[in-house]
Design a protein around this ligand. Structure first.
Ligand code: ATP
Length: 442
């Protein structure tokens, strides 16, 4: 019990920090919110972009066999009929006969009793999670389409376009980052389960005989990414998903589960989608999607390995890893231990006092130089220096640079053109020559 309280407290502290410091706000907050939606503030956008850029670099740009895609969210509804989503993208739903609250049956330990009011739960039924919408000025059967529930679909329908325009050799993959929408029965746990989410997905096309080899290679890549974003690998656990529990398109799935403060839950999925999607789209569209191998003269439908990573869940895991409380200078301190690849701000530059024009001018000069060389640099002259350190610690800035009177060399000429460089994690400060700063920070 005590442990549960502790972990809930951690979650609450993370949510409060996210709001206080401009990472994540409740969606439509001034109207009382909208369940399952969250808005990313200035710091959250920066963190999210750093996660996405790192994924794009590792999964697309650094590889010769990967190509980017940015497909439309709205697609011809026949694509979702062919892919099986209209018929089968559903979760089991139960409703309480007393309080009328709805729950996802597969997440309940007791499927007969309402976890909120102890009333009796009704019959289980399948609830399709796709958001329906109408396209064009007239509403009716013919105008219905869906907001995509996964980014994957846009890659399967563009597979032939890429083959015909880029002529990649098998094996090759498509990578996409984008929004997906799921009308989750019970959105919960902050940004963990939302109705409007963002995914970073790869559809990797292989010869059917080689799927196991490529499954293993992508499995390793996923672990490499987990490490690169600063998640302790001992907090992530692979789960082989059993026969009855896999998505309708998958012959093998490994879930990567993370020890979130509210329990061990899915972070990412790795699926072997066979030729299910290309075959279904070939039948649905009546367009031949076979790959022709010029060397072997073989014609076949490639099979697909899909590493699927949620942006929000990555961010939540990264925040859970980074959130740290300690004591510094006899006071309690909260800070985010982001690694340098992800920190929204890499260095913050301060003039010791904001009412001394000579200090401000020098600090502005150092700021401009660092900003130009390192990009993620901010300028802060608000409040006393202790408060500024505290603020930067809370948003996870690894380094702070302070320009003081010694920088100007007024009293101690030997310190001229040096600044103090403070380390977030240890709080230690050292004097560094301005001309050495970039090399030192890199
Ligand atoms: P869950 O079992 O938690 O509902 P899932 O198995 O349906 O997840 P997938 O369809 O495999 O999830 O989606 C791939 C990835 O997209 C997930 O591993 C997760 O990172 C992310 N994701 C899926 N649904 C959501 C959601 N509702 N909110 C946030 N992220 C999500």
């Amino acid at each position: 019990m005590a442990e549960k309280k502790e972990t809930n407290e951690k979650m609450e502290a993370i949510i409060a920090l996210c709001k206080r410091r401009g990472f994540v706000y409740q969606g439509s907050e001034i109207y009382g919110g909208l369940a399952g939606t969250w808005d990313y503030g200035p710091l959250g956008v920066a963190l999210k972009k750093n996660i996405e850029n790192l994924w794009w670099k590792m999964f697309v740009d650094d590889r010769e066999d990967m190509y980017g895609i940015d497909a439309a969210i709205l697609m011809n509804p026949n694509a979702w009929i062919a892919s099986g989503h209209v018929g089968g993208f559903s979760d089991p739903l139960v409703e309480c006969t007393k309080c009328k609250k709805r729950f996802r049956a597969d997440l309940l330990t007791d499927k007969t009793k309402c976890p909120e009011c102890q009333g009796t739960l009704g019959e289980e039924r399948q609830f399709n999670m796709m958001f329906k919408t109408n396209i064009g000025a007239t509403e009716g059967e013919g105008s219905i389409t869906y907001l995509r529930p996964e980014t994957a679909g846009g890659m399967f329908v563009n597979y032939k376009n890429v083959v015909d325009s880029i002529h990649p050799k098998l094996p090759f993959g498509l990578g996409q980052i984008g929004k997906a929408f799921r009308n989750e029965i019970a959105p919960r746990d902050f940004i963990f389960r939302v109705r409007e989410l963002e995914q970073m997905e790869v559809e990797y096309f292989v010869h059917p005989k080689t799927w196991e080899e490529h499954f293993e290679l992508w499995r390793k890549e996923m672990w490499r990414f987990i490490e690169a974003v600063g998640i302790d690998k001992s907090h992530v656990h692979e789960l082989e998903v059993g026969d009855g529990d896999r998505a309708h398109y998958s012959k093998r799935t490994i879930d990567f589960e993370y020890d979130f403060p509210f329990g061990r839950k899915e972070l990412y999925g790795l699926a072997y989608r066979t030729d299910f999607d290309l075959k279904s789209h070939q039948e649905g569209s009546k367009v031949n999607l076979e790959y022709y191998d010029e060397e072997t003269k073989e014609k076949f439908l490639p099979h697909v390995i899909e590493p699927s990573l949620g942006v929000g869940r990555t961010m939540l895991a990264v925040l859970s890893e980074a959130y740290t409380e300690d004591e510094m200078g006899g006071e309690k301190r909260v800070y985010l231990k982001f690694n340098s690849a992800l920190a929204p701000t890499l260095v913050a530059v301060f003039p010791l006092l904001k009412n001394k024009p000579e200090l401000v001018a020098k600090a502005r000069e150092v700021y401009a130089m660092l900003k130009n060389k390192l990009g993620r640099v901010s300028f802060d002259d608000n409040g006393n220096i202790g408060k500024r350190y505290r603020r930067q610690d809370e948003i996870g800035t690894p380094y702070c640079v302070t320009i003081d009177f010694d920088t100007l060399g007024e009293e101690k000429p030997e310190y001229k053109d040096t600044v103090t460089l403070r380390n977030r994690d240890t709080g230690t400060q050292e004097r560094v020559l301005i001309s050495d700063l970039v090399a030192k920070l890199k």
